[in-house]
Write a protein that binds this ligand. Structure first.
Ligand code: FES
Length: 149
């Protein structure tokens, strides 16, 4: 992982102003940012560890704890709520057997809440890794989850 950090930071010209992008790249393969990754990024950028850690923990798109292969970000904002998000979220929890901010025992899915995904026209909505799913119903989420290996 350390050589990967060095490579990614080098690709971003060791620019602290590109920290968000650097962390996004590093999180792609593991779905989270390990402590050693954060420390190495700080070293490579020559900035305080607290600065990198602060960014990694401030934005909901980053995680500093291990997550599943598929990260489900379920929209909890008002337009989705009005369109029945609570029922859909309950269905996901029932199917996966996890609560919000938990990962399935097999390490396949992590369930998180997020604010508006910007697709309110197809509320309720969720994002799994980088794919957005809208017009969700309990039946539709079951179908979506079954297709993911
Ligand atoms: S409120 Fe859910 S996508 Fe906008």
């Amino acid at each position: 992982m350390l050589s990967t950090v060095k490579q990614v930071v080098t690709e971003h010209e060791h620019q602290p102003s590109r920290l968000l992008e650097i962390l996004r790249c590093l999180q792609t393969s593991t779905n989270y940012l390990a402590e050693e990754t954060i420390i190495q990024v700080a070293k490579e950028l020559d900035v305080p560890i607290s600065q990198v850690y602060g960014v990694a923990t401030f934005y909901s798109m980053y995680s500093t704890k291990p997550r599943g292969k598929y990260v489900i970000r379920f929209c909890e904002s008002a337009p989705c709520h009005i369109e029945g998000a609570a029922e859909v979220l309950a269905a996901i929890q029932g199917i996966l057997g996890v609560d919000v901010d938990e990962t399935t025992d097999n390490g396949k899915f992590s369930l998180e809440l997020t604010s508006c995904l910007g697709v309110c026209g197809v509320a309720p909505a969720m994002m799994i890794n980088s794919t957005v799913y809208g017009n969700l119903t309990p039946k539709k989420v079951q179908e979506v989850l079954m297709t993911l290996e």
